[in-house]
Write a protein that binds this ligand. Structure first.
Ligand code: SF4
Length: 365
């Protein structure tokens, strides 16, 4: 059963339980709702990297911070198909395509993404996209193409979000999730720990996610990977114990969701990851890169699965495969909308400093 009225205090009390009690409770719920020996393997593909106009303090893809990532234009449908086939052959049941955009704009590039969705759906894989903010019509078009999930993270609590991002508001995130909910596409939304937030912010994010009705089908929990050149470059890495507590708390608060171990897995030992699986994580991202940050090698993951007796989850275990409609039979057309997503534009000192530093690097180059 899903509860949508969790309070911050209740969630903090769970997070701070003696660890053995927390693990026991989370693992018991996990076993009731899921097969504890199955983990979904998802491949994250960066279909358009870098050059993003946003100022997310953790992200090396924001153009203003001038990090050393190699940007690229939108990949072709055939490139994406080849990568999806490779992912399928190594045990992935889902491909998540990420584009470094503020929001989706109707036009040629979006049409190309829709074709990618149709192509991967035909490979009998779950298709997920993370493309920034989308309108209701765009969500419907993605659904019609056969999209299985849309990812749009809340990142942190509403209060702490303002300390990390100034170029869009929390309510925009919620509106995009709401637009996705108007279709049969499942919702994937989670956040990042280790950005300097306190425990109340972590609990606040879980309040926001669990109050969504229905709760997201998938909740990624990322540990910040600090990248040189970004405003959060100097943050300390989170400990495995914080990660385990966050995973277990998420599992208890959202029993039916798939809890996904995301960025930060390279820093975790095998034992640490095993504890996370025991605490209720039942999904991982595979592939040597997570958009731009390092991730364990697929072979290493398969070795770990063997060691722990885990097996990759088959596609469409939780929900049947969506129908994919060809472009020419489409009911929905591009509307050429120009939605007014907010631009709060408040000042975040460390983001401004990182931007200035980036400018200097550019002038010297
Ligand atoms: S997280 Fe996404 S929206 Fe934010 S800067 Fe990076 S690519 Fe852009």
């Amino acid at each position: 059963m899903q509860r949508h009225d969790w309070t911050k205090e209740e969630i903090l009390a769970i997070y701070n339980k003696p660890l053995m009690d927390l693990l026991y409770e989370a693992a018991s719920i996990h076993r009731k709702e899921h097969n504890p020996n199955q983990v979904q393997v998802s491949t994250l593909l960066s279909i358009k990297t870098g050059g993003c106009p946003e100022d997310c303090g953790y992200c090396p893809q924001a153009a203003r911070y001038h990090t050393d990532i190699d940007g690229n234009d939108l990949m072709s449908v055939s490139q994406v198909k080849a990568q999806a086939l490779r992912a399928k052959s190594t045990g992935s049941s889902r491909v998540c395509m990420g584009a470094a955009w503020r929001n989706v704009k109707d036009g040629e590039e979006f049409e190309q993404v829709l074709e990618m969705v149709r192509t991967i759906n035909k490979l009998d894989m779950e298709v997920c996209c993370t493309l920034g903010m989308i309108t209701e019509n765009q969500a419907k078009r993605l659904a019609e193409a056969g999209l299985y999930a849309y990812n749009h993270n809340l990142d942190s609590s509403e209060e702490y979000y303002k300390e990390v991002i100034s170029t869009r508001g929390y309510e925009d995130r919620l509106e995009t999730l709401n637009n996705v909910r108007k279709t049969n596409v499942t919702v994937c939304s989670g956040g990042i720990i280790g950005m300097g937030e306190n425990l109340e912010d972590r609990a606040g994010m879980l309040v926001a996610l669990s109050s969504l009705n229905p709760q997201p089908e998938s909740v990624p929990i990322n540990a910040l990977v600090p990248v040189e050149g970004t405003p959060l470059a100097e943050q300390d890495r989170v400990s495995i114990w914080e990660m385990v507590r966050m995973v277990a708390t998420t599992r208890i608060v959202m029993p039916q969701t798939q809890v996904r171990l995301s960025a930060g897995r390279t820093d975790m030992s095998k034992e640490g990851q095993a504890l996370c699986f025991f605490a209720g994580a039942n999904s991982i991202f595979a592939g040597d890169k997570l958009l731009t940050t390092p991730n364990p090698d697929v072979n290493e993951d398969m070795e770990l699965f063997k060691l722990l007796g885990l097996e990759p989850m088959k596609p469409f275990t939780k929900k049947s495969q969506p129908e994919s409609i060809d472009a020419k039979e489409s009911k929905y057309k591009a509307l050429g909308e120009k939605p007014k997503w907010t631009r709060p534009g408040h000042t975040i000192e460390r983001n401004l400093e990182a931007k200035e530093k980036g400018k200097n690097i550019k002038t010297k180059a």
